[in-house]
Design a protein. Structure first.
Length: 331
């Protein structure tokens, strides 16, 4: 019996069972691995998936390809550690302020930039992110080029300073789970239908009465908030941030590639892309002595060429092609 002829109830039950098995594997596998390098890679996968899934709200579902999302990521990272530097707060207590600043920036910069189309919008976001990096680099109160650091020794559990990568894995995974639930709800709501219409053909969507600018702004606000939260968690784990590590354009590129590799505009695409991209990056960095060798850029470039040439929809498109091929040749 093919997937087409399988009754709906057994098909739903099989998908539910598969989802439960995948969730169990995600929760259990770090406990079965003692090597902290692989545990750390797992935590970085969750963080990259969180960032890419946040970008996916506006870049995947709304089709607004932002290459400057590191602006919001940096807001969260700097808010966490500046809260400690200025007021000796636990870094995570600065996260709400980072989210608030990111939402304000999204409102201010989103109104003019979201009116731009295609690569003009992308170039505008790059310019804004680079402008923010230059401003931070030349502002001593924000740490300047040296950056800012968190507490040298953990004072309480709120400092999120752990020796083992496992707590970070589960914290990042928990926040990612909340974001995926929000994305699932959004994709099935009026907002999701409107965003897909805007991505497909904005002019036609407007002619049918879709308030495109308003819903693109909604997507940008939600994306900015979650991206800022990812930046705060990143700063809490690393305990340090400077203009390159918190506002470097490569972070934005990484978000875009992770989402595009797995399948932008799909629920689990960014997670799948991060699960491939991060281990590949970490392994090449370990083999060739870090990203300073330029290997990371080569890997990113090769992935971009592959996606552009063979699968613009990412691995999700390849999977749908395989399903269609199996359906045609079934029976």
């Amino acid at each position: 019996m093919s997937a087409k002829t399988m009754p709906a109830a057994p098909r739903a039950a099989s998908r539910l069972l598969l989802g439960a098995l995948v969730l169990a594997a995600v929760l259990v596998w770090p406990l079965l691995i003692e090597d902290q390098f692989y545990q750390r890679v797992g935590a970085l996968v969750m963080l990259a998936a969180l960032s890419a899934s946040a970008w996916n709200l506006v870049g995947g579902y709304a089709g607004q390809i932002s290459i400057g999302h590191v602006l919001f990521f940096g807001c969260g990272a700097y808010a966490s550690l500046l809260g400690f530097t200025w007021f000796e707060w636990a870094p995570i207590l600065g996260a709400p302020f980072g989210v608030a600043v990111s939402l304000l920036l999204a409102l201010v910069v989103g109104r003019p930039t979201l009116r731009l189309k295609g690569h003009y919008f992308s170039m505008a976001t790059i310019a804004l992110a680079e402008l923010a990096r230059i401003i931070v680099t030349n502002t001593p109160i924000l740490g300047g080029a040296v950056g800012v650091s968190g507490p040298a020794m953990p004072r309480s559990v709120l400092d999120l300073s752990f020796i083992s990568p496992l707590p970070y894995y589960y914290i990042f995974g928990g926040v990612l789970g909340v974001l995926l639930l929000f994305t699932w709800w959004m994709s099935r709501s009026r907002m999701g239908f409107y965003l897909r219409a805007i991505r497909g053909q904005e002019r036609a969507a407007r002619s049918l009465g879709v308030p495109a600018e308003r819903y693109k702004m909604y997507a940008l606000l939600a994306s900015a908030g979650f991206t800022s939260l990812a930046g705060s968690l990143y700063a809490a784990m690393l305990g340090f941030v400077d203009p390159d590590s918190g506002l470097g354009i490569l972070l934005s590129v990484k978000m875009v590639i992770a989402a595009a590799l797995g399948g932008a505009g799909t629920l689990f695409g960014p997670l799948v892309g991060a699960a491939i991209l991060v281990p590949l990056e970490e392994i090449t960095n370990a083999m060739f002595g870090g990203s300073g060798t330029g290997v990371t850029y080569v890997v990113y470039g090769a992935i971009i060429v592959f996606i552009s040439r063979f699968a613009p929809g990412g691995l999700a498109e390849i999977l749908s092609r395989l399903k269609a091929w199996r359906a045609r040749h079934a029976g």
